[in-house]
Ligand binder design. Structure first.
Ligand code: ZN
Length: 382
């Protein structure tokens, strides 16, 4: 095809090869930053290496509890996601094997109660109302009510499950009508219903067919039929199929292939084909291929912040979301070789000192395993 417009040696192709895309440049930058970290690590004496690998629990706790008490003005963009902030922070604290002070726990339960709609479900924050305009037009009655959302409901229920105890668990009203339509909505609805022991045939009807229609030619799962496969939706779709006992309907060989090939040469996982790696996908992707993981355990070196907390990748700022999912992915990796929940991981499964061992999670709900069992017993008796 020499000289043709579509040939690989055409002037256009040569120019494209000489002019890297923005994504290519970003990819090279991430690779160089990550390899620089690995080089620095391997040049250190073994004592200094051990210090570098140690999970700075006190600093992570300081970052997390500070966020639970007060957040700066830059967080106003997350105002409709306040139950998520509770979940990211409180779940991270639980993963570290710690708990919040009693008065902070009470405040969190009270706060989430104020996000709860009387008809069930949780909104993005207290007072985030949707007004009944029709009632206003005809009757001049301005009735406001909370607008519950499936994703924030999942975050609130997981937070209350993580806090555990009667006060927290009994505050959940197990009703919710309506919601959104995509794979994340399927997961959050099925996960919450399953955790609260209200999953029934009616709720499960056609869910499997919908998720099946979202598995793409690549093998991963998209948010909606016809969209691109994505790590977060692949977790949501696969976890849902496991929760409704229909996982075998998926093309599992292709799904595993897709997930395995999302690993970058620099370690970690990318969320979509040809995108940059990101620490949070160590949970979204790493969770599904636990036995195949090789690079995941390197993440604490490159993803952590000296001041506590985790970040997306070198060069980014720490945040609560990435702290939650980097720790969740790390926990999943540490326990991936355990034969059962009662046998603790062998030292070789834990990168750095054995004190880096986190609490085990339930991989389908992403709450600390012991808190899941407590909630399961509580709701199955009701
Ligand atoms: Zn991320």
């Amino acid at each position: 095809m020499s000289g043709s417009a579509i040939g690989t040696d055409s002037p256009a192709a040569e120019m494209a090869a000489a002019t890297p895309t923005v994504t290519q440049k970003d990819q090279w930058m991430v690779e160089s930053q990550v390899f620089h970290t690995y080089q620095h690590y391997s040049s250190l004496p073994s004592k200094a290496q051990a210090v570098l690998l140690e999970l700075q629990r006190d600093k992570h706790m300081e970052f997390l509890t500070k966020g639970l008490r007060q957040l700066g003005p830059s967080f106003s963009v997350l105002d409709a996601n306040r139950p998520w902030l509770c979940y990211w922070i409180i779940h991270s604290i639980a993963l570290l094997g710690d708990s919040v002070h009693d008065n902070l726990e009470q405040s969190a339960v009270d706060f989430l109660n104020r996000c709860q709609d009387p008809e069930g479900g949780y909104g993005g924050g207290p007072g985030q109302a949707s007004c009944f305009a029709i009632l206003y037009v005809f009757y001049r009655i301005d009735i406001c009510f909370l607008l519950p959302h499936l994703a924030t409901t999942y975050a609130a229920v997981n937070t209350l499950t993580t806090l555990g105890g009667y006060r927290s668990l009994s505050s959940i009203n197990r009703m919710h009508h309506g919601g959104e339509i995509d794979v994340r909505a399927c997961y959050t609805a099925i996960s919450v219903a399953s955790a609260l022991s209200i999953l029934d045939d009616e709720l499960v009807q056609n869910v499997g067919n919908y998720i099946l229609s979202c598995q793409t030619y690549e093998g991963g799962i998209a948010g909606e039929p016809g969209s691109e496969a994505h790590g977060g939706y692949t977790f949501c779709g696969f976890a849902t199929m496991l929760l409704i006992n229909e996982a075998n309907r998926l093309d599992l060989a292709r799904l595993i292939d897709w997930v395995v090939f999302r690993q970058g040469v620099e370690g970690g996982f990318q969320g979509r084909t040809n995108k940059l790696v990101d620490g949070c996908y160590s949970f979204w992707q790493g969770n599904k291929v636990l036995k195949e993981l090789l690079s995941l355990t390197r993440l604490p070196i490159v993803g952590r912040e000296v001041e506590g907390g985790f970040r997306d990748k070198p060069g980014k700022n720490r945040d609560h979301y990435h702290t939650c999912y980097c720790l969740s992915g790390l926990s999943a990796a540490q326990y991936s070789y355990s034969e059962d929940a009662d046998s603790p991981p062998l030292p070789r499964a834990v990168l750095g000192p054995y004190s880096n061992l986190l609490e085990p999670i339930h991989p389908l709900y992403n709450v600390v395993l012991e808190r899941y069992y407590e909630a399961y017993e509580f709701f199955s008796r009701r």
